[in-house]
Write a protein that binds this ligand. Structure first.
Ligand code: HH2
Length: 284
């Protein structure tokens, strides 16, 4: 099946994530994430933080057990499962009915998290990191986020190069969506993500955000993950990721205006309120 790049491809015009701006609250169960590493390491603190994200209005809690920050090393598959699964269970015990997403590129972790009640797979390798992942997502029939990354976390920021970053990311995502669908993933379950900060310089990130509508035109719902990322620090002159909340909000609103529907953020309330206002303006 060819991806048509000129119209809504998933055929429904609806997002598998639900209508309106959808907030993915970030829950990093890692000792080394770039902005909150170690803060929610362990099931107790992680579940409490998830409840806080939900209270602030998150629609989805995105649980990750391995940092993908530039320069990071992978953890073992067993360690990733040990970090993620008790947290998925704990969230669903504390707040039954929560939509939990698992941020992993490993099929074994995705399966374990889905068995524990997770409902969405968020794969920063767009199903390319593990040959079994497409089959797992297809068989489970869950929404899947396919993200663009150039290279791998260890080295991706060394010297990323593109002729036209937006065209290349768009073509890559179209190809990954096509592969997912040929592997049996329902087109209505595909969500695309330009992968802000993953093998991209400041100018690449800004081009992707400015021309995000070109990715939206592929016809799949688009998720953006700019939260507290380094390119905001470059613009704002701030080394502290927690001082990048207002900058993050600016990118959420500009992305929403260009057609993004989902936003992966640490600071749920700030982003949710800004997006609620943006949605009211759009609906006026
Ligand atoms: N960014 C990060 C991790 N997962 N998933 C998607 N779909 N899109 C993103 O932009 C994205 C992602 C990196 O951010 P964070 O989880 O805050 O940090 P770390 O990788 O250091 O845990």
């Amino acid at each position: 099946m060819r991806i048509r790049t000129d119209s809504v491809h998933n055929g429904t015009g609806h997002s598998p994530l639900g209508p309106g701006p959808v907030l993915f609250g970030i829950l990093n169960v890692t000792p080394d994430s770039f902005s909150d590493g170690g803060e929610f390491f362990g099931a107790g603190p992680a579940v409490s933080h998830a409840e806080g994200l939900l209270d602030e209005g998150a629609h989805v809690v995105d649980v990750g057990g391995e940092s993908t920050r530039p320069g990071s090393d992978p953890v073992s598959p067993e360690e990733e499962v040990r970090r993620v699964v008790p947290v998925v269970r704990g969230i669903l015990e504390a707040r039954p009915g929560t939509r939990v997403s698992v941020d992993t590129y490993r099929a074994s972790t995705a399966e374990a998290a889905l068995d524990a009640g997770a409902a969405i797979v968020n794969d920063v390798t767009a199903l390319g990191g593990d040959p079994r992942m497409a089959g797992v997502v297809a068989e489970r029939g869950c929404p899947v986020v396919l993200m663009h990354m150039l290279g791998e976390p260890k080295t991706m920021q060394e010297n990323p190069r593109y002729d036209d970053v937006v065209r290349e990311v768009r073509d890559y995502l179209a190809g990954r969506a096509e592969r997912a669908i040929s592997a049996g993933v329902d087109p209505g379950d595909v969500v695309l993500d330009p992968g802000i900060g993953f093998g991209k310089k400041l100018e690449h990130n800004l081009q992707l955000l400015r021309r995000l509508d070109e990715i939206v035109e592929l016809g799949f719902p688009v998720l953006v993950g700019t939260s507290r990322k380094g390119f905001l620090g470059r613009i704002l002159g701030s080394d502290d990721p927690k001082a990048r909340v207002f900058g993050t909000v600016a990118t959420s609103v500009t992305s929403y205006d260009r057609g993004a529907t989902a936003f992966r953020v640490h600071d749920v309330r700030a982003n949710r309120e800004a997006l609620e206002v943006a949605a009211a303006v759009r609906g006026a």
